[in-house]
Ligand binder design. Sequence first.
Ligand code: GCW
Length: 670
Amino acid sequence: KADDGYRLWLKFDKVASASRYTSYAQSVSSEFPTSPILETARKELGQGLKGLTGIAPVAKSADGSIQFVKDATIPEEGFEIQVDKKVQVKVDGLSVLGRKYIRIKASSDRGILYGVFELLRMIQQEKPLADISSSPKVKLRMLNHWDNVMGTIERGYAGASLWKWYELPETVDPRYTDYARANASIGINAVSVNNVNASARFMTPEYLAKVKVLADVFRPYGIKLFLSVNFASPKLVGKLKTSDPLDPQVRAFWASKTKEIYAQIPDFGGFLVKANSEGEPGPQEFGRTHADGANMLAEAVKPFNGIVIWRAFVYAPNPNGDRFKEAYNDFKPLDGTFAKNVIVQVKNGPIDFQPREPFHPLFGAMPKTPLALEFQITQEYTGFSTNVFYQSILFKECLDSDTYQNGKGSTVAKVIDGSLGNDQITMMAGVANTGSDRNWTGHLLSQANWYAFGRLAWDHTLSSEKIADEWVKQTLTRDDKAAKTASDILMKSRDTYVKFTTPLGLHHVMGQGIHWGPEPWLERSQRPDWTSIYYHRADSVGLGFDRKASGSNALSLYHPAVAQQWLDPAKTDLNYLLWFHHVGWKEKLTSGRTLWDEFCYRMNSGLQEVKDLQKDWDSLQGKVDPEIFADVRGRLAAQQRESVLWRDAHLLYFQTYSKLPISYGTPART
Ligand code: GCW
């Protein structure tokens, strides 16, 4: 039967080497008292082993061939897997050493659940079973859905929302469970279900009753539910005259609303807030700060151990300003003023999820405030669902960036995992790329981005190669050669995409309406920061945004050691060049080519590389499922068409400024 991608990386079909694992698949015993999460672990283990080995383990009270063992020394949610530990067993009154078994040790049922998925992951890749101990580096590993009441998804490219609000609460789509288990299998333990451009309807009893049902489905998978809130809810739902966070009635509204939510969802996670950004309401309307707003909500959820996740994605129109600096200018002065149960959520880069961005200058600049890192899994600026763009590469680039907060080695990863301070809350969030398409993510290869996000949120030290290899072996093929080809496609994809869309540090030049395709020629709009020329700054002299002291001076927001690497155009990594410098068209770059020639060269090689990706994928025919093969093949062809559009649009537009001939620098290939 052809594979429609629905089963994601959880296929659990019988493996060729099943006999290697059968002795372990006999029975399961547990030292833990029963609980919904433990029952999920048992069920997943049972189903998984049955699929992978053909044997369904029986439940035993003790001495199973797989044992869930309690060990209070293991960090919360972490686990240890021990394989082949010998035990003393009594046979006919004699004590004998023998019998192989697997122990999954944890301090909690959650740890057992994650250990079970780790074990299944090993078997599914047909790896030799090995001891492993693992625990998550950040506490909240969260998906943010930008899903609307009407069933649409903001920046979603895989169909409609998974949440069927009109059918809820009465009808519960079994897909909600499949979604939860996919998340649990990669360690995701929190989900905000609605768009940060939030409808206040989610604060009504009608919608809370629906949301409660989702929370009930997610709970046995160890997933906490959060809601995005509209800051004007006191006015919109509570019928108050104001939503001023310092107004006693407003505070009373939130206190009682919070109580109402916890009555339905006792383990409710808390609120996610986008305020005073892109037209969303917020505390600044009342002359209050982001901290005033966040702390007011924090007070409401505090009695229930809830938290407030306050987004730092803010910018306002200012023709002479630099959007790069706005979040920093708003938030840096507030460091140390947020309540203990607030975490500030910062996008990976200062502008907006571009295919390549320098890391956000707030990382490293707010030592007294826990910061969450927000990535965008959905491919708004990275090719929708027609382009392959393996985001692990982008995620890692940001995580591994050094902020120098506490000297060399203070990477973004260390800022967010709390190892530089004593952050109570630590968190990584990803804007979900899931939708109602049968294969969940539109482009089948985009499943790897959901997978990679979860794996990196669990352990940011994993390499992109390892994650790609794991995903491919579970999802596409275990044939070594074919798996290598598929992984290589993923590994190359990010660079290829950057080359034909935004090479050399060009940014925010996409179509401004739906953010699809190139639109560098957008020079006028009702807001200056919503044009392309605001970002690319092309003129007769050259291209790029000067962010040194001679320009916007945004570079000064970074630690001097960070700024240093980007200050001198002659020493700046070419991948970031136009982020920080306005470079003359005929200026020689370190590559030996002039800016214009390098630009033409990269655009064209990006396009050629897409052709290479197509060839690589074609070589997988017969090695991967035919339905998946055909689907990805079609999308790569669409990507090829788009790459021509990007190259030609960019070169013809920018040529009106450079006035130089287009030359690709390499012999054109067919
Ligand atoms: O990337 C931009 C998107 C908006 C989004 C916003 C945000 C939810 O274009 O659609 O709004 O970011 O992150 O708030």
